[in-house]
Design a protein around this ligand. Structure first.
Ligand code: NAD
Length: 500
């Protein structure tokens, strides 16, 4: 396949798609034990364009055994921090060298605009791997002066060590397939863990290509294994596997709870990055055009399939109509098309299932009295398109206001009282992110501590930064990825007490 929707593919993308897809287990490219495969569907047309192995629990067993061998014997346990750093830097260089290929694979697999994939997904992934490479040589402990009152005639010395947690199972979603993969792979490998990566069934391609690049970079066999498969088979087998020490999950809150319970059975360490229903709060001093542009980016970026999507818009009543008018104009003017087309601003959603789910939510909003200021329907053609949608005349009890839609749908409401806005913003089971739009520093500073969310943006939204811890309050998850905090997820602290 040299072209997709009439757009020529990079020769590397075409070459990857021409290869039969296998999983990476113990350094070998293998089919599923069962021989079964899963279709990979183009969300812009609904057509199957390749197949990947349908890994199940027998495949997870093989991958866990391979990762265990690699963790306990061979070259990996002897890799010095500087070697782990170099390998990650090499992986980042390879990713960068293949940036266009990764962007195209992401665009045709997930549906997202190729320009976004190149300049956001792939660029952030390269930067993140480089950032995490640096941590391989900077993991440290502390020394302590000990008192030990019961043994007064001897001296003691205490120190702590950070050690890799062991074999890691990583389960990731389909919205940023490569980026979510490296958010787990890079800190785990920096810390000296070995791992099994299970990409989402809808978007398995870049994880498989990442596995190829890891081999090319020189990672020993079994350090990174990639098993494709369904969530309730391969994913569940991985989350509940007694042979892993840590499960790192990003996905929905519903599945996150299952993963957390399965992990707890084995006392497996667990981190969960889950859903959100993030508020965008516009105070009365903001230019409506600026606020609308910010709100559009907050909800329509990646077709709204972003855990931190600004899906609840609260605008001070004095600016509400103007902001909604501008936002509706932006929404209606966005160019819809297949992700691989560089002119596309809004691509299809990832799958028919997701399109139906999002449209059902919009219908439920209409049934409960909401009105669309823009969008509110599917796009044309067989692809999984949903028009950028702005819902008004909504109230706090509606499902569209309370539940995560995970599509390009924002609910807009006015507020009068700044003291009450924190309560309304927090009136959700989620607590992943929020943004505040205002140049009035004292009001902004008073609001920030009241917002129950892992990230609060001011005059921006969806800005992700390597050094900043990322994660959720409440039902948005447990643990923090990115920054130094990520290393804590992949290491154990060991206390050493020496009698001298
Ligand atoms: P999902 O929960 O359906 O699937 C996520 C992953 O879990 C997939 O790999 C899937 O195969 C696997 N899975 C499904 N059932 C499983 C089971 N029973 N046991 C183990 N694994 C299972 O989520 P999704 O639809 O792929 O992604 C969308 C969700 O992800 C949204 O809720 C979004 O908010 C969330 N998300 C969160 C973050 C974050 O950092 N907080 C980032 C991206 C996406």
């Amino acid at each position: 396949m040299n072209a997709f929707h009439g757009i020529a593919l990079h020769p590397d993308t075409a070459a990857f798609l021409a290869r039969p897809q296998r999983m990476l287990i113990g350094g070998e490219w293998v089919e599923a034990v069962s021989g079964a495969t899963l279709p990979v569907v183009d969300p812009a047309s609904g057509e199957v364009f390749c197949r990947v192995p349908a890994g199940e629990s027998a495949d997870i067993d093989r991958a866990v055994a391979a990762a265990r061998r690699a963790f306990e014997s061979g070259d990996w346990p002897r890799a010095r921090p500087v070697d782990r750093e170099r390998l990650l830097l090499k992986l980042a260089d390879l990713l960068e060298a293949h940036a266009q290929e990764f962007a195209e694979l992401e665009a045709i697999d997930n549906g997202k605009p190729v320009t976004i994939a190149r300049h956001v997904d792939v660029a952030l992934a390269v930067d993140f791997v480089r950032y995490m490479a640096g941590w391989a040589t900077k993991l440290d402990g502390s020394t302590m002066e000990l008192s030990v009152p019961l043994v007064r005639d001897r001296e003691f010395f205490g120190f702590t060590r950070r050690e890799p947690v062991g074999v890691v199972g990583a389960i990731i979603p389909w919205n940023f397939p490569l980026l979510m993969a490296v958010w787990k792979v890079a800190p785990a490998l920096a810390a000296g863990c070995t791992m099994i990566l299970k990409p989402a069934e809808d978007t398995p391609l870049t994880a498989l290509r990442l596995g190829e690049l890891a081999q090319q970079a020189g990672y020993p066999a079994g350090v990174l294994n990639v098993v494709t498969g369904l969530g309730h088979t391969a994913g569940a087998a991985l989350a509940g596997h007694p042979g892993i020490e840590k499960v790192a999950f990003t996905g929905s809150t519903e599945v996150g709870k299952l993963v957390g319970k399965a992990a707890m059975e084995n006392m497996t360490r667990v981190s969960l990055e889950l859903g959100g229903k993030s508020p965008v709060i516009v105070l009365d001093d903001v230019d409506p055009a600026v606020a609308a542009a910010g709100a559009a980016q907050a909800i329509f970026f990646n077709q709204g399939q972003v855990c931190t999507a600004g899906s609840r818009l609260y605008v001070h009543r004095s600016r509400f109509d103007a902001v909604v008018d501008h936002l509706a104009e932006i929404a209606s003017g966005m160019k819809m098309g297949p992700g691989i087309d560089p002119a596309t601003q809004i691509g299809p959603l990832v799958s028919k299932v997701q399109q139906t789910r999002v449209l059902d939510y919009v219908q439920s909003g209409f049934a409960e009295g909401a009105r669309a200021a823009a969008g509110g329907a599917a796009g044309e053609g067989p692809g999984c398109f949903v028009r950028p949608t702005v819902l008004v005349d909504v109230h706090e009890d509606m499902r569209v206001v309370r539940e995560e839609i995970f599509g390009p749908v924002v609910v807009a409401q006015a507020f009068d009282d700044l003291d009450d806005i924190a309560r309304r913003a927090n009136d959700t089971p989620y607590g992943l992110a929020a943004s505040i739009w205002s140049n009035d520093l004292s009001r902004v500073h008073r609001l920030i501590p009241k917002i129950k969310a892992g990230t609060v943006w001011v005059n921006c939204h969806n800005i992700i930064e390597n050094v900043m811890p990322f994660g959720g309050f409440k039902q948005s998850g447990i643990g923090r990825e990115a920054g130094r905090a990520a290393l804590e997820l992949y290491t154990e602290s060991k206390s050493v007490i020496m009698m001298l």
